[in-house]
Design a protein. Structure first.
Length: 259
């Protein structure tokens, strides 16, 4: 709702809704490793991430890092506004705890993929799959799943590469981060991971591909190198994520106030 007006109605009985069972597992895996790695372990809140967010926000003296779980994001998208304040975050946290008691993890994921924005004013994975790739959600490939997932935290800003079919510098790092996490979580094989890096920029190699190939020729290329690759893209991603989310929140607030 905006100023009391109903903007849209969504739900399992509404047009455009899609069951989680009719969506590529690659997409679900990509979302979990990217947005909430402990999704299947926590009960709505990830206290470790909340503590990291608290430390970051105190250090920066602003709401720079959210640390929300997938469940919290569902509550926010379905019931709350976008304002960053303690009252809204408290409602989000309480709502997440209650949601986990009422519905299953599978149902939470279903709400998530149907509510999420993917840029270009596109909401829901059914619409996003067709808008960007002219395909059905159940047919999404690993690279396509990673491309859609990488825009979720900041859909308007990060969908630029998706629209142009050419990853931005940050998009290269975020894509690499997602598929590397998928491989390290055993959701995809090493061969699939390498194939993603070789073709991840819409048929072209991502920036990290040549480096990975060179390292792979050495006997040391195993756990340590993969962890370093993941850490490098994670650090850069978090830094840019904080700044872009703040900019997006500011733009949305200004747009709302003008409306």
């Amino acid at each position: 709702r905006k100023k009391g007006e109903v903007m849209a109605e969504v739900g399992p009985e509404k047009p455009g809704w899609i069951s989680v069972h009719n969506v590529s597992q690659h997409l679900l895996y990509a979302i979990v490793v990217s947005e909430d790695a402990k999704f299947y372990q926590h009960h709505g809140l990830d206290f470790e991430e909340m503590w990291k967010s608290l430390q970051t926000n105190i250090r920066k003296k602003r709401f720079a890092r959210g640390g929300s779980t997938i469940t919290q994001q569902v509550v926010k998208m379905a019931f709350l506004d976008r304002n960053k304040n303690i009252i809204r975050k408290s409602r989000e946290a309480l709502g997440a705890l209650l949601t986990e008691q009422l519905i299953s993890k599978t149902q939470i994921l279903e709400w998530y993929i149907n509510l999420a924005e993917f840029g270009d004013g596109v909401y829901g994975i059914k619409n996003a799959s067709w808008h960007y790739f002219q395909t059905k959600p159940e047919l999404l490939t690993i690279p396509q799943a990673a491309h859609l997932t990488l825009v979720i935290p900041s859909p308007n800003g990060w969908s630029v590469g998706l629209r142009r079919k050419n990853l931005t510098e940050f998009g290269h790092k975020r894509f690499t981060n997602i598929v590397t996490k998928m491989m390290r979580s055993n959701y995809i094989t090493k061969d699939q991971w390498l194939a993603c890096l070789a073709t991840g920029n819409f048929g072209r190699p991502v920036n990290s591909y040549q480096e990975v190939i060179q390292q792979r020729l050495t006997p040391q290329f195993e756990t340590d190198e993969l962890e370093q690759l993941e850490d490098d893209t994670e650090i850069d991603m978090d830094s840019l994520l904080e700044d872009e989310l703040i900019d997006e929140e500011t733009d949305q607030t200004e747009s709302y106030n003008k409306g």
